[in-house]
Design a protein around this ligand. Structure first.
Ligand code: PEP
Ligand code: MG
Length: 379
């Protein structure tokens, strides 16, 4: 049954006639993608691929990829993951029926796929040292060693995003190949597919340059292999201050920018996005130190200036650069108004916020239009 009433649907259609901003959704499985389309999303602005790696039956394969001690062990795990990823992407492309889909390559630190260190320690100490348990003990020991090796004091500032792709390009290569194999298979069946590969946490243009090469090589390989031609673009998240400040350099290697305002807020304020809200942030809002929670409403004075700088520099270097936002702010009306003012091309938010985003984008466009016409009258 339809979840939106007829009147609301009518209102949304009016909003669509008025708004300039595109509205996309963040989705990483076919069901969410279908929901997004139902709510009027024009594409996927962020498909976070890490969730796909957390699926129960894949965990052993992902672990063997991370724990592999030889290249052949690692390659075997990647060979097993490739068709699973291809299936993931085919499902999403089908649900989106030709609309653009931005697929972000793996972002989180690798230890997130391994068991918790403390739990593993407890488990291991409980095991009796007997011949029977020998193999199990050795296995646990190996895991412990790897966990220690992967341990980071500040994982959110650590070995994640493209830094992972730089040290383990084979993972990004496998993911890109899976995207292109999915695209080729569907194109062969007469379906239009628009994959946009997105590299996370870029802070230096050379990271994007290198990861771009990995993706392009995967595309060439799939074309050679299948004989199918498909089009694709490669872009980057702008989610650390240095990326915004050097956006002109970065644009040289990017077809699009998507502002990751969750991480950009974290790194601009230096607030841990996992801790700040539970500690001091509410107090800051309650006592007026801050007007609003910047993880909810985009901070115009700081984070917003970086977004503005990023858009301006990026477009100076590349006039047809596509720009969007995919942090939580992409579904929040005041932040959407800011995106309209900055002339972004689209916002992307969770599927359930798409209707609100469509309305907010229309309101923002009306307000911006009024401003432009009153400036024309008075100017
Ligand atoms: C962001 O940082 O704003 C973003 C969209 O990516 P994630 O939330 O997955 O870090
Ligand atoms: Mg991020």
């Amino acid at each position: 049954e339809p979840e939106l009433s007829g009147e609301f649907q009518l209102l949304l259609n009016w909003a669509d006639d008025v708004r300039r901003l595109g509205v996309r959704a963040n989705a990483d499985n076919p069901a969410d993608a279908a929901k997004a389309v139902e709510f009027g999303a024009e594409g996927i602005g962020l498909c976070r691929t890490e969730h796909m790696f957390m699926e129960q039956e894949r965990v052993p394969v992902v672990r063997s990829m991370i724990l592999s001690e030889t290249a052949s062990e690692r390659d075997e795990a990647l060979r097993q993951l490739l068709p699973m990823q291809q299936e993931d992407f085919e499902g999403i492309f089908k649900a989106m029926a030709g609309r653009p889909v931005t697929i972000r390559l793996l972002d989180p630190p690798l230890h997130e796929f391994l068991p918790d260190l403390e739990e593993l320690l407890i488990e291991t100490t409980k095991l009796e040292v007997t011949g029977e348990n020998l193999e199990l003990l050795q296995q646990k020991q190996r895991l412990l060693r790897k966990l220690r090796e992967l341990h980071e004091f500040n994982p959110m500032l650590g070995h994640r995003g493209c830094r992972l792709g730089m040290t383990n390009p084979e993972i990004y290569d496998m993911q890109a190949e899976a995207v292109f194999r999915a695209a080729a298979a569907l194109e062969q069946n007469g379906m239009n597919v628009e994959p946009e590969i997105m590299i996370p946490l870029v802070g230096h243009v050379n990271e994007l340059r290198d990861m771009r090469r990995v993706v392009e090589e995967a595309a060439a390989r799939v074309t050679d292999d299948t004989g199918v031609r498909f089009t694709y673009t490669i872009g980057t998240m702008i989610e650390v201050p240095r990326a915004a400040l050097t956006a002109d350099h970065i644009a040289a290697e990017a077809d699009f920018f998507s502002f990751g305002t969750n991480d950009l807020t974290q790194t601009t304020f230096g607030y841990s996005r996992d801790d700040a809200e539970g500690k001091f942030l509410q107090r800051y809002v309650d006592n007026g130190t801050l007007d609003t929670n910047p993880f909810v409403t985009l901070d115009r004075d700081g984070v917003g200036r970086l977004v503005q700088e990023g858009v301006t520099l990026g477009r100076q270097a590349k006039p047809d650069l596509k720009t969007g936002i995919c942090g939580e702010h992409g579904g929040e009306p005041a932040s959407i108004a800011f995106c309209e003012e900055q002339g972004l091309d689209y916002v992307s938010c969770s599927p359930f916020r798409v209707p609100v985003a469509r309305l907010a984008a229309a309101q923002a466009a009306i307000r911006a239009g009024k401003k432009a016409s009153s400036a024309a009258v008075s100017g």
